[in-house]
Design a protein. Structure first.
Lengths: 77, 250
């Protein structure tokens, strides 16, 4: 086993090569998965904000106008 | 375009491709890891040391597959770029642009492992010979494509502009491939041949062939993941993406 890691004296060239290979490809594999989560989360947050805004707008229209009873409804009453 | 089969036409629709790629990606990755495990066992354990280079030759099992991929990915990117420019298919634009970082990754690995292999065997980390220089140019081409793509405000316009650069850069592919034949170089000639006998012993050859299969499988997994994510952000206003964000975005 020790001779395996020793690589006939070339360990300092062989193992860093393999490390670079796996490190670069691991980063390449994980990057889109992380970005996918971020894209979905940002879109979800944007949709929530939009929904909240719509709800506030609807509420504003639903409450009666506080000045409504002061305005004369009809000139003849 | 009546000659395109129905299933291909359907697959090019972003929501269909998104689902398809999501199913395929883990399978490609599992197969890639399996072939890598067997290939590296063969390459690092059972293959004998080289009579001239000793154990340093074992870098071949990542260097050659990566080098092959650096050219292969460019080829795929060029085909997708061609389709993107002519027919303006969104999926083709995405495949072309998402190929660039994968190709750049493989080219970087090729250059670094080549350098680590060159020092003990040639006595130098780097030399400006035809093979090494053209491979470095390939890396700059990939980076140029990525840069040009991101320089545009409109992403689809950027994809088409960068696809033009990809097509101009095709000229570099035969230069990389034949550089060891056309010029006198420090780099050794082709070892593995598609046609005719390879110049390598069977015990050393089969792990190399497995590693070559492994990087192709890995490439498929990586491209699936990148294109999938890209389609999501390209189509973020569409109904299918909003539905997905509702479910998975919390």
């Amino acid at each position: 086993m020790a001779s395996f890691w020793h690589m006939g004296g070339y360990a300092i060239y062989v193992w860093p090569s393999y490390a670079v290979f796996f490190a670069v490809l691991a980063a390449d594999y994980l990057a889109p998965a992380l970005r996918r989560r971020r894209v979905l989360r940002e879109l979800h947050a944007r949709m929530q904000r939009h929904k909240a805004r719509e709800a506030r707008k609807a509420e504003l229209h639903a409450t009666p106008d506080p000045l409504a009873d002061r305005t004369p409804t009809s000139p003849t009453s | 375009m009546k000659w395109i089969p129905h299933w291909m036409h359907q697959l090019s629709s972003p929501p269909t491709f998104y689902r398809f790629a999501g199913v395929m990606r883990p399978w490609f990755m599992v197969l890639a890891l399996l072939t890598t495990a067997i290939g590296l066992y063969g390459g690092l354990v059972t293959a004998p040391a080289d009579y001239q280079q000793g154990d340093a030759f074992r870098i071949i099992y990542i260097h050659v597959p990566s080098a092959e991929m650096s050219l292969f990915v460019y080829g795929v990117m060029a085909v997708a770029g061609f389709i993107a420019v002519i027919w303006r298919i969104k999926l083709a634009e995405s495949v072309a642009m998402q190929s660039a970082p994968i190709g750049a990754a493989f080219t970087l690995i090729t250059l670094v492992t080549g350098s680590l292999w060159g020092y003990p065997t040639w006595g130098t980390w780097w030399t400006w010979d035809a093979r090494l220089t053209s491979e470095l140019v390939l890396l700059f081409l990939y980076l140029g494509v990525i840069g040009l793509y991101h320089a545009f405000e409109d992403r689809r316009q950027g994809a088409r502009a960068a696809s033009f650069l990809v097509m101009v850069g095709i000229i570099n592919l035969p230069i990389v491939h034949y550089s060891v034949k056309w010029w006198n170089t420090l780099h050794q000639g082709t070892t593995v041949r598609l046609f005719g006998a390879s110049k390598i012993e069977g015990d050393m050859l089969w792990p190399l062939l497995l590693m070559m299969a492994a990087v192709h499988l890995y490439w498929a997994a990586s491209l699936c993941g990148r294109v999938r994510t890209d389609l999501l952000s390209l189509e973020s206003g569409k109904h299918w993406v909003r539905e997905l964000a509702e479910k998975e975005g919390r």
